[in-house]
Design a protein around this ligand. Structure first.
Ligand code: G6P
Ligand code: MG
Length: 220
């Protein structure tokens, strides 16, 4: 029986995924290689540090740790510049409505993200009060696909992992949800999120009824 809904932030609640991509693409360009949208899928859901490692791997570049730290900081500054003027209008369609429907249905809610900018984004979007628990990149040591972020949410919400549904746009996030033994709802492309229990284009296409059906199908 479903008791809690755990939401990824970037690409699920708000379209910051595009800003992460713009910032990383700029870094790649400065390093002299092309960084495509397909490459970018590998960066979704994973920490800043791990994203940089993957980016450099794609470019076939190795750098000393200090250089990497500078690049990570530079990427974050580019990203912060892009999101600074974000308003509640950039909340993805249906996200707020679905969160409220979760509350009305008696489900607990959590934000489960690798981002260290989550507090700022919640403030810009003014939706912090819709989450019982906020588990972000400052509180988690292992990045998705490790299930740590989701298991921490279940622990803090005091519900068993099997009673949780995860909403994720990233391949790594779906893998993490599956290893946490949670219902994995993919937001995006079924061809990419093929390990999800159900994939929808966005939270606007979901209802509590559809969610319950997916949960029942998984158990039976
Ligand atoms: C999310 C995004 C990733 C991003 C990560 C870290 O998981 O999907 O693309 O790299 O957060 O975000 P941050 O805001 O800490 O750089
Ligand atoms: Mg995401």
């Amino acid at each position: 029986n479903l008791k809690a809904c755990l939401f990824d932030l970037d690409g699920v609640i708000v379209d910051t995924a595009k800003y992460h991509y713009i910032a990383w693409r700029q870094i790649a360009e400065e390093l002299g290689f092309e960084f495509t949208e397909r490459h970018n899928e590998r960066l979704k859901g994973v920490s800043r540090q791990r994203s940089l490692e993957i980016l450099l791997e794609i470019g076939g570049i190795t750098l000393p740790a200090e250089e990497m730290a500078k690049l990570a900081e530079r990427k974050n500054n580019l990203y912060l510049e892009l999101i600074r003027r974000m308003t509640p209008e950039e909340i993805l369609p249906g996200a707020q409505e679905f969160l409220k429907a979760c509350w009305a249905a008696g489900y607990k809610t959590a934000l489960a993200t690798a981002s260290r900018n989550a507090a700022l984004i919640l403030e810009l979007l003014q939706i912090g009060s819709l989450f019982d628990v906020v588990m972000d990149g400052n509180k988690v040591s292992r990045t998705k696909p490790d299930p740590e972020v989701f298991l921490n949410c279940a622990r803090d919400l005091r519900v068993p992992p099997a009673a949780c549904a995860v909403f994720e746009d990233a391949e790594a996030g779906i893998e993490a949800a599956v290893s946490a033994n949670m219902l994995a709802i993919g937001i995006g492309d079924p061809a990419i999120l093929h390990h999800a229990d159900l994939v929808v284009p966005g939270l606007a296409s979901l209802s509590i009824e559809i969610l319950r059906q997916a949960a029942n199908k998984k158990i039976s």
